[in-house]
Design a protein around this ligand. Sequence first.
Ligand SMILES: Cc1ncc(COP(=O)(O)O)c(C=O)c1O
Length: 428
Amino acid sequence: MTTHLAPVWFQVTGLDVVEGSGCWVTTSSGEKYLDFTGGIAVVSTGHCHPHVVEAIRAQAGRFIHAQVNCYRHDLLEPLAERLSEITPEGIDTFYFANSGAEATEGAIKLAKQATGRPNTIVFQGSFHGRTHLAMAMTSSKTGYRAGHAPLPSGVFVSPFPQCLDMAQLHPGLSIEQTDDLAIDTAIAGLRFLLASQTAPSETAAVIIEPVLGEGGYVQAPPRFMREVAAICAEHGILFIADEVQSGFARTGTMFAVEQCELQPDIIVMAKGIASGFPFAAIGASKELMARWPVGSHGGTYGGNPMGCAAALATIDVLTEPGFLDNVSARGEQLRAGLRELASQHAVIADVRGPGLMVGLEFRDADTAQPDAARTAAVISHARTHGNLLVMNAGTWGNIIRFMPPLVVSQEEIDLALADIKAALEATA
Ligand SMILES: Cc1ncc(COP(=O)(O)O)c(C=O)c1O
């Protein structure tokens, strides 16, 4: 069939889908698939949650586009107020945008304006988006950057604590010891960067994903996060949490930084915020937002009423009693099932991740080298012989990431585990 679609989109499944409901998508030929991609961790309340659908439907009949520079519509304040209730302490003022990349870039613009400093520090393995500055801040894969030079300057990459690598380098040490070594090495790297390449007085912000997403579902150890935040506070550098992928209940708490007991200066949100309606937000304190000069940032669609309605309805669902408990319980169930499989398949090097942000890492059992081929084979088999949709992550493409809708049931987790088990056995 002739296609008029740009081939630049990398296709994970090649399936044509016509509808989605909860954790399931249906193809044009009527096949049903269990969607553990969640639209790349987006459909937090599941595909077409009735409460979200109703909110979007009702809003479409009232106002589709009420441009924020022209006039204020009546969902802006309610959404900002609701976000102030669920975001970490100190975050009470919000700017709205349409995508994660737009929001991460916006957060850096805010940090530069607020501090009067030019540079940004990011962490090795991070992904912050596909626009030019966001590409410059992304180091999870060369493919996201290659061919796009020159990228904006002023971005410096600091090491991220890779505890699994450290454990493999030091088989004689305990996990606690290798974790500590990984954290201390990464903190030393950050201090070195501040002494050698971007002076604190030139550094506006440090931006970090509390759980590396594209970089392989690696959670930043809480002590590491706290020490980074302390270094930032010491030097007047703003600490930005990129919660685009980890936010909105994905990790079992509303935001992943809650698990580190720290207060970011700026928090960036998108993906799960509106169950799939394109929407994003930047949150900070009133005082910090007041340092963003009027008119120095904006956009045609940011804060659009349809997105606000979808976000408000999504937050209603995510804050229902017991919702977070289900995320934690299903995540625990999934990790337990995967650990059981790991005990039978030496190629599985790690099962990790908080809540329903679960990673399964594949390494050759003899050489400990990343095994992208086996990862791809398992993903493909789970789709073609089972009915499970999952995708990979990580610099080497050797991690399967599980990011189902957060409404996933016990039975659906069991179905997914059965498909992964069959795929592991068939590809051994
Ligand atoms: C942590 C993180 N930041 C930013 C982005 C960019 O978001 P978007 O694709 O909506 O531009 C992503 C997307 O995967 C992400 O995972």
